[in-house]
Design a protein around this ligand. Structure first.
Ligand SMILES: Nc1ncnc2c1ncn2[C@@H]1O[C@H](COP(=O)(O)OP(=O)(O)OP(=O)(O)O)[C@@H](O)[C@H]1O
Length: 595
């Protein structure tokens, strides 16, 4: 990121806290002045020790100075620490708010671990750069300027010598500092890689175990950790170089001033006392210059973090509310869905997944989408939800292009059950209310019955408040499926999108759920990506998709008679489990999955 841009962004983080930092700086300055006064009071005390005058007054002043100095210092440091925490909090809030609104393709291009590390780890690097280093720069800068002015008053020639050395060291620092920034950036990248690896492992822990991959994955995480360590060391090395160069600058200046100053004393240009005082000032310079250098170091680390945070902030996010907050959610009755010659590819360079898909669905009723794996069925749902935008053609919901609805208002009208039925960590109740936080207790009870979850809830030790584990790992596959359906129904959708699981429901539950879906379809538009014979036979119409096109539309009976591909699918691919009483087509009904 260009230096000016870095400044601008850092300033944006710092601006809301500028008065707190100013106060902290003021306290630091007052603390420094009280510290400077202490030796004077001590000197006064010692001078009075042998004499007649009482020392009580001076003693009191000295005590007051010590107490005051300590108090001011601790209050100042609390203000700064508090501000630092607030900077991190604000950065985290802003970033989370942004990342949770990212457009789906952006999330698919990145990795969760990387995004998470930007929120958790990179933001912490903003702490010092927006607080401590500002204070260090101000107090260090002030002290430096004052000392240099005093030196100028004493002897301009010697000051020139000191400045010459400082400029030399400054040049060396200009080479060192960017390396700190670079090492920090790489170290943060390695930290992100650790998150990525861990997310991969813990996201599929059963698979890791079943594959006996523990040792390999441990090594892979270890490798990323080692890289973070290596980069940390690199940064530490350059920081040490930067720090020691201050000491070096003072030593070199000291020798140069001693040599040249000695000559000036000999020539009578300055007195010995002048030279001694000058040398003392030179030593005073060590502390403020160290502060300036550490401020510059912090700045480099902050710059690396800012670059990573900004990178994440700039990923394309959705305007969930859109220009008008209106959407099909406000409509009544079943929603209509129309695809008009839709062309779609997930990314430039990838092949078209939809190559002119057209169909019309006016609710209520159930429409089943069938076709070979990869035909583009699930993609239909993604386009209706506007997770992705069409490359060509139009998708209309309630007669209006989905691009004209506000995404939040569009999605509020839709209940979506994904194929892998995601259940989130948390309690069963949280999962049910996830899509409809306002639902009442009665509505929850009703949906539990409809989704055949009542028995499960009664069996669980804490009922609805039982935690279900990471990704619902403490539920069975079929239970997860039913929770996902209950969640979607609780939203009271005008359009239900159901990506049917290829397995998981036992015969009894499947039959029951089939009835629920049929019941919902009486008042609602239901679209199902169907993998079961029982579902397609129930559907009012079936859309047969093949290789990104709609191949045929009709009822089961019509299609069996008229469409060769459908006939084949019905004969070989549809799952027949639990399809009791449903007419079977073709000689054998295999158990192969269609997706
Ligand atoms: N997010 C994505 N990014 C890139 N390509 C994708 C993405 N999602 C799906 N695809 C590709 O798009 C094609 C269609 O996928 P889609 O999920 O719509 O198929 P489907 O008909 O639902 O298949 P199945 O019956 O197996 O679920 C597939 O070839 C798939 O590899």
């Amino acid at each position: 990121m260009p230096a000016r841009e870095t400044w601008r962004v850092l300033y944006r983080h710092f601006r809301p806290h500028r008065w707190a930092v100013a106060l902290g700086t003021l306290f630091a300055l007052v603390g420094a002045v009280t510290a400077l006064l202490q030796p004077l009071a001590a000197k006064e005390l010692v001078e009075r020790l042998g004499g007649e005058e009482s020392i009580t007054g001076v003693l009191l002043v000295l005590t007051a100075l010590v107490v005051l100095g300590t108090a001011i210092e601790s209050v100042g440091s609390y203000i700064l620490e508090r501000t630092a925490e607030s900077v991190v909090l604000a950065a985290r809030r802003g970033l989370v708010g942004r990342l949770l609104r990212l457009r789906l393709p952006e999330v698919e291009r990145t990795t969760p671990g990387d995004l998470m590390s930007r929120i958790t780890s990179d933001t912490t690097l903003l702490r010092s750069v927006t607080t401590d280093s500002v204070v260090a720069a101000v107090t260090g800068g002030l002290a430096c300027v004052t000392t240099l002015v005093m030196m100028a008053v004493m002897d301009a020639v010697l000051l020139g010598v000191v400045l010459g050395v400082i400029v030399l060291i400054g040049g060396a620092m200009a080479l060192v500092l960017p390396r700190i920034s670079e090492a920090t950036r790489r170290s943060q990248e390695a930290v992100a890689e650790i998150s990525n690896r861990l997310e991969r492992v813990f996201g599929a822990f059963r698979t890791v175990k079943a594959s006996g991959a523990e040792a390999r994955e441990t090594a892979a995480v270890g490798e990323a950790a080692e890289e973070a360590w290596r980069q940390g060391l690199r940064s530490a090395r350059w920081q040490a170089v930067a720090g020691s160069s201050v000491g070096l600058a003072v030593q070199v200046s000291f020798l140069a001033v001693l040599g040249i100053g000695g000559a000036r004393v000999a020539s009578g240009a300055i007195t010995v006392a002048d030279l001694v005082a000058f040398l003392l000032y030179l030593f005073y310079l060590t502390d403020p210059v160290s502060k300036l250098v550490s401020a510059a170091t912090e700045y480099q680390m902050g710059a690396a973090a800012v670059a990573r945070i900004e990178e994440a902030r700039r990923l394309a996010a959705e305007d969930l509310e859109g220009e008008s907050a209106s959407g099909p959610a406000e409509g009544e009755g079943p929603a209509s869905v129309v695809f008009e010659d839709v062309v779609f590819r997930y990314r430039d360079g990838l092949p078209d997944v939809h190559r002119g898909v057209s169909f019309e669905v006016a609710g209520p009723g159930m429409t089943a989408f069938v076709g070979p794996s990869g035909a583009g069925k699930t993609t239909v749902f993604g386009l209706i939800e506007r997770f992705h935008e069409v490359t060509g053609g139009r998708v209309l919901v309630d007669g209006r292009d989905v691009r004209d609805w506000a995404p939040a208002a569009l999605r509020a009208a839709i209940g979506y059950v994904e194929q892998d039925a995601p259940v989130l960590a948390g309690t069963l109740r949280e999962n049910l209310l996830f899509a409809a936080p306002e639902a009442t207790e009665d509505e929850v009870r009703e949906v539990l019955v409809r989704a055949r979850l009542k028995e499960l809830v009664e069996r669980l030790p804490e009922g609805l408040d039982t935690p279900v584990g990471h990704r619902g790992s403490q539920l069975s596959g079929g239970e997860r499926q039913r929770v996902a359906i209950a969640r979607a129904l609780l939203r009271r959708p005008r359009l239900l999108l159901l990506d049917e699981a290829t397995s998981q429901l036992d015969a009894v539950n499947e039959l029951a759920l089939r009835d629920v879906v049929a019941e919902v379809a009486r008042e609602t538009t239901v679209l199902v990506v169907a993998h079961r014979l029982s579902t397609v036979t129930l559907a009012d119409r079936i859309v047969v998709m093949d290789a990104g096109r709609v191949r045929a539309v009709g009822t089961h009976a019509e299609l069996v008679a008229a469409d060769r591909l459908y006939g084949e699918l019905a004969a070989t691919q549809f799952l027949a489990a639990g399809a009791g009483g449903v007419p079977r087509t073709g000689p054998a009904v295999g158990t192969a999955t269609a997706g």
